[in-house]
Structures are given as C-alpha cells and as structure tokens.
Design a protein around this ligand. Structure first.
Ligand code: 9MR
Length: 442
C-alpha cells in the first residue's frame, strides 16, 4: 500500500483504515483497543456540553477511538441562518478527538430533521445552491479531519412503499438531490468516506431494499458513495433482526463499507448483553463492516435514557452489555500490560513512501494518572530508524531496539494519551515494528 500524500494523523486513518496493534501479549482491555485489534473502530456519540464532566471524559478517552457529534454538526447547529456558520460546539468535539487520536464521523449534512426553517422556505434554485453551499462550507471547514460523513440521512420512508420521504429537498429537487449531495461532497473533501445513513434498514425489508437499490444504482453509474450506515436503534418493538448480518453483507457485496452508526439497545442484564453480542459478532463476520458507534457514553444522557440502552450506566459503571461487547471483540476485562498495568500502547503506520514509512505510537494512561512512561520499539536488523519526534530515544548496542521516553514531563491524566513518531528506512523489509510493554512511573 503506497501512500505518498502527506496527511494529518486523522486523514491517514481515513486513507488507510485503522491499523492498530497492541503492544503487549495481553488482550486489549478497552473497546477501542479491542476493536482496533480486529481492524475496526469503536466509537460513541458525544455531546460538546458534556466534555467538561470528568467521568464522562475519562470514560470516553479510555474506551473509544471514534466519535460522532450527537447534534453539533446538524444543519440547525452549524448554519442557523443562511450562510452564517457557527462551528464552536462542533469544533470542541473535533479538537478533543484530535487531541486523543480519535477518528471523527461527521453527522450529518443533508437531513429533513433539525433543519432550520429558512431552508424550507426556499424555492428550488435557492434550495439547490443552499444545499451545495452547506456541504461545501462544512466539509471545507473540516477537510482532512473527518473519517466518514453521513452525507444524506434518513431520506426514505418507513413501511412498505420503498418511497423517498417527503422533505424540502425531495419535494423541490426530486430524487436527484441525493446524488447531487454525494457529488458535491466528494469534491468538497476527497479524503472523507461518504455514507448514506438510515434507521429501520438493519434487516432485509422494503425500506432497506429501497436503499439497496439506490446504492447499487450509484455504484453502477459511478455516483461517489463509500459506505452505508445502519443506525441500529433497537428495543422490543424493533429487535435486532435475524437477518442483520446477511443484510450488512449484501450491502458490502455492492462494494461499499458498512458501519453501525448509532447503536443502542434498550433493556438490561443478560438479555441486553446477548443482543449487543449479536450485533458485534455480525459486524466482525462482515469484512467490510469497518466500525461500530454506540449512540452515547452513558445511559443517563441517552436520547432515550429510560430504556437504559447503552454500555455504561448513569454512574459510568460497565454493564453486562459492556462485558459482552468487549469479549466479542476479543478483549479481556481489566487486562492490560504486564508490569504496572498503568499504561498501554498502540501502533499505527501513518505514512509510507517508496523507501520508508512513518510509525506512530500512542501511549495511554489507564484508570489512574501516571508520572512518566517508557516504551521500546524493535525493528528488524536491515531496517533503520532514521528520525524520531515527540520523544527522547536511546538505543541498545544492536541499534535495533529503541527505548523512547517523553520529552520533558511525561505525566498523563487518567485515560489521557500522547503520541510519538519515527521514520523507518525499510531497506526492503516492510515488517511492522514490535512494541514492548508500556512501563509507567506512578
Ligand atoms: O440523539 C439525538 C437527540 O439528542 C436529538 O434530540 C435528536 C433530534 O432529532 O436526534 C438524536 O439523534 C438522532 C440522529 O441524529 C439520527 N438518527 C436518530 C437519532 C436518534 O433520534
């Protein structure tokens, strides 16, 4: 895989997918790390106004490696009046995510809901230019920082009709608005994956058939679409469908990635845990299912809090559903590094040229703060580490084992992370460097 373009860290995740390795022999002990070992991300919806709550942030930072702004990137939040944009809350989430090396899903550009009333008052020509302007401005603002965009959300009707839902876009611009939105989006940020996202499309039914036919048509005609999001809001009226995996697979077979984008399952105890396990196993069984996002960190802030549909309870305790998800992802509860267990390390290749590649190691504190850390990186003998950044290296006599220490004060708050990087001259050997355990000073 040759990647010549110099991209920012998140852009590289976009381009290459999340290639992360645990640095230890032990199984991963968080959702994000366990999912990464399966080549997937594990994300959550996030609300900007909760980022000042320490327990919320600690849980977010420890467990998740992708975020979706729950409301802050919707049209009413970003462009409340025509051509007047307010990015403050969305920016808070994106900068938090970047500081933690998390991916960001953009949600959502064109949707009938949370749409300011001025949009509904436009005639067709003005609506077309307002839609394209909204996509261009918002995607331009976040260009290179968004892994996947929900370009169009919930454009189909529920029930058996398979028809498009009535909305200002549908009613004034016709079916072609979806295609136009995707074409505009591709030009606005060529590195972002472009998704269509919907609910009640999780099993094979009239609505998902209609979406399926649209995606197949787009692929046949070269309309740019990369992914389909399955919201997966489940409860007893709308349970996990028996053909959930089959449905994900048939979309994947069209040549798009599939993502579980807003997962929550009402219930409690073993029954809820069993349903979550089924969803995770379905995603793992579909190679193009690239990640799972749950629709919130804690039950207490869920959009349907009374149904307790999430993985952490109102006090941020792990629920049986959490344990089931972690186990399904191959993780081990409370596992961690040999030694102190106080920090963990993950590796990503962030860039590759004809003769060399860049690696990035993220060091993350566990559930307690640490004062400092060291990590070893071992390369094969023909390889050479020719540059390093964001750390102070020392070398063993062979020159193949680098011990990295922080520059200056290496303290990390609970759940917080930092990264260092290095360039490996391959000399024909493209093996992935091997990480030693993270050793913390507490
Ligand atoms: O969780 C969101 C909630 O806070 C908002 O009030 C609501 C407004 O429509 O949107 C919720 O998120 C929705 C998402 O954007 C699209 N799919 C359905 C989600 C749950 O309603």
């Amino acid at each position: 895989m040759h990647r010549v373009a110099a991209l920012g860290a998140i852009g590289v995740l976009t381009a290459t997918g999340l290639v992360t390795m645990s640095g230890t022999a032990n199984a991963a002990s968080t959702l994000g790390a366990a999912a990464a070992e399966k080549g997937r991300y594990f994300g959550t919806a996030v609300a900007a106004n909760r980022l000042s709550e320490p327990d919320y942030v600690a849980t977010l930072n420890r467990e998740f490696n992708s975020v979706t702004p729950e409301n802050e990137m919707k049209w009413d939040a970003l462009e409340p009046s025509r051509n007047s944009f307010n990015y403050a809350n969305a920016d808070r989430i994106v900068s938090h995510a970047r500081s933690q090396n998390m991916m960001v899903r953009g949600h959502t550009l064109v949707w009938h809901s949370q749409l300011p009333s001025w949009v509904g008052g436009l005639d067709a020509n003005n609506l077309r230019s307002a839609m394209n302007n909204h996509i261009n401005q918002v995607m331009g603002h976040y260009r290179g920082q968004i892994h996947s965009w929900d370009v169009v959300n919930e454009a189909f009707q529920d029930g058996s009709s398979g028809a498009r839902r009535s909305s200002p876009f549908q009613d004034r611009l016709g079916n072609g608005f979806i295609e136009e939105a995707f074409r505009t989006a591709r030009a606005a940020d060529p590195n972002a994956k472009l998704c269509y996202n919907d609910y009640n499309t999780d099993g094979i039914n009239a609505k998902s058939n209609a979406v399926y036919n649209m995606v197949r048509d787009f692929k046949q005609r070269g309309v740019p679409i990369d992914c389909v999001g399955f919201q997966s809001h489940f409860n007893s009226q709308s349970p996990v469908p028996s053909d959930y995996q089959q449905n994900l697979q048939r979309f994947a077979d069209l040549g798009v990635d599939v993502q579980i984008t807003e997962l929550d399952i009402e219930g409690s105890g073993t029954a809820q845990a069993d349903n979550y396990r089924r969803v995770v196993n379905a995603c793992l069984a579909v190679s193009r299912c690239t990640g799972i996002t749950v629709w919130g960190v804690t039950d207490k802030y869920s959009w349907r809090a009374s149904g307790t549909p999430l993985l952490f309870d109102g006090n941020y305790n792990k629920k049986p559903a959490y344990d089931a998800v972690l186990a399904a992802l191959g993780g081990t509860p409370g596992g961690g590094n040999p030694g102190t267990g106080a920090c963990s390390v993950t590796y990503q290749e962030t860039n590759r040229w004809g003769d060399r590649f860049n690696g990035q190691v993220t060091v993350r504190a566990g559930s307690s703060a640490i004062r400092s850390w060291t990590v070893t990186v071992t390369v094969n003998s023909v390889q050479d580490i020719s540059a390093t950044w964001n750390g102070t290296p020392s070398w063993d006599s062979s020159g193949n084992v680098m011990t990295m220490r922080p520059n200056g004060n290496g303290s990390l708050a609970a759940g917080a992370s930092t990264s260092f990087g290095f360039t490996v001259m391959a000399n024909g050997d493209w093996s992935t460097p091997r990480l030693g355990s993270c050793v913390a000073t507490t």
